[in-house]
Ligand binder design. Structure first.
Ligand SMILES: C[S@@+](CC[C@H](N)C(=O)[O-])C[C@H]1O[C@@H](n2cnc3c(N)ncnc32)[C@H](O)[C@@H]1O
Length: 254
């Protein structure tokens, strides 16, 4: 399963809330150039563009499907197909935003300082990554991957490493004038209940598993996952599930 803008955007309102909180915390004032790394369908780029109305704004993503939606949504902006892991532009920026994208890119020890190096003095790197690898949604996916008839195909699937707040603080501090790190747990209300929790993760965390399975296996994996999710997340009286979602935020000023 490659990235699908349609699947991802089913929960756009909830997924965009952290972007608003992140962009509001950027201290850089005079912003002429900004880029959104892993811009997805343009929801995060739109928030950035609303805050820095005079900036030359670019969105970058490795998925054509996402870029196609982003271009339709924000036709006046520039969108590029590229891999963040190899991104090494000749120019520098006043703001580099990466909302919910760097968790898909390995080797943060080199990646984050490299991104800071692409900032102008006084510029900001603003990053939000889900901090949920130990939440039931991820734990159950790993368990089901390791214990189903598909184990030989997907038991070894792992998301790239993520690290605690102190790791990023110590990594960035030598390169930056200021580093601000915080962690928030959102409680996203999903009116569709447990089925909606499955749909949410189908659009993101489950992709590495599902893309290695055939159609029948995908359906069986999702059925098993729904059953497990229904046990792990209590529903409210009207069936809504309040999905706890911890997220780590970093704003680093060069
Ligand atoms: C969870 S979505 C985030 C979308 C948007 N930034 C938001 O705030 O909702 C992650 C995006 O990162 C992109 N992505 C993942 N790995 C990437 C990589 N190595 N290079 C560029 N984009 C990548 C995906 O295509 C996807 O659009």
């Amino acid at each position: 399963m490659s990235w699908s803008a349609k699947q991802y955007s089913m929960f756009e309102q909830q997924r965009t809330r952290p972007v608003r909180d992140l962009v509001a915390a950027i201290p850089t004032r005079d912003v002429k150039t900004a880029i959104d790394l892993g811009c997805g369908p343009g929801n995060s780029t739109e928030v950035l563009a609303e805050r820095f109305t005079d900036a030359r704004m670019t969105g970058l993503d490795s998925s054509e499907d996402m870029l196609s939606d982003a271009r339709q949504r924000l036709p006046a902006l520039t969108f590029e197909l590229a891999d963040i892991g190899r991104w090494n532009p000749p120019q520098t920026y006043d703001v580099i935003l990466a909302n919910a994208s760097l968790q898909w890119v390995p080797d943060h020890a080199h990646l984050y300082p490299r991104l800071v190096n692409r900032l102008n003095p006084g510029g900001s790197l603003a990053v939000q990554t889900p901090d949920n690898l130990e939440e039931p949604a991820h734990r159950l996916a790993r368990d089901i991957a390791a214990n189903g008839p598909w184990a030989d195909k997907i038991a070894s699937v792992r998301h790239p490493d993520r690290h605690p707040a102190a790791y990023y603080f110590e990594l960035l501090q030598p390169h930056c004038a200021e580093v601000d790190v915080w962690r928030t747990t959102y409680h996203h209300p999903l009116a569709g209940g447990h089925a909606a929790v499955v749909e949410w993760f189908k659009g993101s965390a489950l992709r590495p598993y599902l893309q290695k399975l055939d159609e029948n296996e995908q359906q069986a994996f999702l059925d098993t996952y729904l059953e497990a999710i229904s046990q792990a997340y209590p529903a409210l009286g009207d069936g809504t599930v309040l999905l706890p979602f911890p997220r780590l935020f970093i704003v680093a000023v060069r």
